[in-house]
Write a new protein. Sequence first.
Length: 259
Amino acid sequence: MKILVTNDDGISAEGLWILAKELRKIAQVVVVAPDREQSATGTAVTLHQPLRIQRITPSVPEVETYSVEGTPADSVILALDKLVKNKIDLVVSGINQGPNLGDDVFISGTVGAALQGYLHGLPTLAISIDAMDRLYLNNAAKLAVLLAKKIDSNILPPNIFLNVNLPSIPLAKIRGIKITRLARKSHSDTVDERYDGKRKYYWLVRHKVNKATDSKTDIWAIEQGNISITPLLTNWLNKPSPSITDSLCSELFQELLRA
Ligand code: MN
């Protein structure tokens, strides 16, 4: 199996390398990621300036690695159309340090990168943890490995596009894995007016909205201490998803507890 790993936190992010290191145990891994933080760049692609790349010495041995002066989506397009010679079997974007829940997926660079995998006809995972710290990144990396194995053995279909979020708590405290849909709202944005000494400028500020009330949503699942898996494109198109079942989620959770 050959896996493309990317992210939106940039090539130096810890979540990227913990993910690459775990996936390397079961597959060939290529890392192509933005050269700097590109969080909240969504699905943006660069059409009006050159895309420069650099071959990088990887933090994990035997992982072919490139950094891209571009967006997360640019990185995946470059990887799939130019940089990676043999066929990619799976695209994994993450591990994002911070949640990608509810309507935030529309501005998420993590999900924007994953979308390109899906548009290229590949099974795709976006994976995030609900905190900026590094404490429980390993849980997410192990779950990514389990999902990759399910894809490799055709237990999951080849057209899946899953948005996975984990609560940042010890594995023993996680209650289970829920299949969810996107909550309607995760943040509200306000604009601060500030002054730099010469002129006025503006700064966007994000506020978490009130707790989720709908028990079918991703935000509710995370607040209750569950892992949330949202099948994404079916979600956007308001179609039921046949791609992942409750019984598979219970099986995955048992495997994760043993991993
Ligand atoms: Mn990010």
